[in-house]
Write a protein that binds this ligand. Structure first.
Ligand code: FES
Ligand code: FE2
Length: 364
């Protein structure tokens, strides 16, 4: 039996034919040195991304309007890019400004895209309107950060499925053996592209482990997540005195896969000792991130997502699906806003949640 969250009733969630508007990672910032260009395939579109000699990043359509050579193989000259094939030159706005064998360059060029260096990644704006604010982590707002990376990954499922894992309360118990309801999450939409989940449960004191954990937490276990355009998000976890921050940045890869970067972050400290502590923290964050990633890899590689029987404990996932279904779709080559029907999935009401829970309980 189908639910209203089955694939047949969803138009955007888990759909490799659409790209939700937002910022998507293209490269690690350190991979693009000043004066260098690279080719990047970002969610089905080929881009040439280069860093000017003064350090600014420019993203443009990959294929030269002369005869289609890939501009990622070009040469940076000042703040412009010269195609390697016949040496036509394009400025940072994508306009052709020089053709060596002509007195005047023809009136042609390539599209460029908003692009930013942020949290150690180069992000490209994919969408029609004004770019959203860049991804941010509430805990690190206004702070300078130190970043490092865990291993990038490719998962055999859609970015929406990768992201739904960190809010999947049931799997914390089954896969990660985290006891009880420590991670009782609730999602709130911050704006039309950001969904914030915060843990609303205290540390249970009935068990020895609970009392032990409680020694490190004033009020409750901190586990909060900020999701951006349904594809990327941050996880903040840890005791009051020290929280760990991880970003899982995803984009659509080939054949419905997810290509991801794992960014580990900590506040930048000023002193030498502070910086050393920061390095230790980032090493510890990597262990946390690897632990969660390893447990989930088998299902990411084999799942055929189809949400036929939602129950009460799936509340967070239903909130996430509704959020994605209500997000604007980008015009990104194969992804066309006009081809996507307006959806009518409403946010889950308390009553609805209860009845879904009961329905399954009765059936099983
Ligand atoms: S294909 Fe780029 S200059 Fe000819
Ligand atoms: Fe997990």
């Amino acid at each position: 039996m189908d639910s209203k969250y089955s694939n047949s009733n969803l138009h955007k969630f888990n759909n490799p034919e659409v790209v939700i508007e937002g910022w998507y990672w293209a490269l690690q910032s350190r991979e693009l040195k000043p004066g260098k260009a690279k080719g990047v395939r970002l969610s089905g579109k080929d881009l040439a991304i280069f860093r000017t000699e003064s350090g600014e990043v420019v993203a443009m359509d990959a294929f030269c309007p002369h005869r289609g050579a890939h501009l990622g193989g070009g040469t940076v000259e000042g703040d412009a890019l010269r195609c390697y094939y016949h040496h036509w030159k394009f400025d940072r706005n994508g306009d052709c400004v020089d053709v060596p064998c002509l007195k005047r360059a023809p009136n042609t060029g390539v599209n460029t895209y908003p692009v930013e260096d942020h949290f150690g990644l180069i992000w490209v704006w994919v969408g029609q309107g004004e770019p959203h604010a860049l991804p941010s982590i509430p805990d690190l707002d206004g702070e300078e950060v130190e970043v490092t990376f865990a291993r990038p990954y490719v998962k055999n499922c859609h970015p929406n499925i990768v992201m739904s894992d960190a809010i999947d309360v049931q799997h914390f118990r089954s896969v990660h053996r985290i006891p009880g309801d420590i991670l009782d999450l609730d999602g709130k939409q911050v704006n039309d592209h950001t969904l914030h989940y915060a843990n609303v449960a205290g540390v249970p004191e009935e068990s020895l482990i609970g009392r032990l954990i409680g020694m490190f937490y004033k009020e409750q276990l901190t586990y909060s997540l900020c999701y951006w355009n349904g594809s990327s998000g941050s996880v903040t976890v840890g005791p009051d005195f020290q929280r760990f921050h991880i970003i899982y940045a995803n984009r659509l890869g080939e054949n419905g896969t997810s290509e991801g970067q794992v960014v580990l972050l900590t506040k930048r400290k000023k002193t030498k000792l502070g910086r050393l502590y920061g390095k230790t923290l980032l090493a510890a964050t990597r262990i946390v991130s690897d632990y969660f990633a390893n447990g989930d890899t088998p299902q990411f590689n084999t799942i055929k997502f189809d949400f036929k029987n939602p129950i009460k404990d799936d509340k967070t996932i239903l909130q996430f699906i509704n959020h994605v279904e209500n997000s604007p779709v980008a015009d990104w080559g194969f992804s066309k806003p006009s081809n996507v029907k307006k959806i009518n999935v409403k946010p889950v009401s308390e009553a609805e949640e209860a009845s879904q829970g009961e329905a399954l309980c009765t059936a099983s």
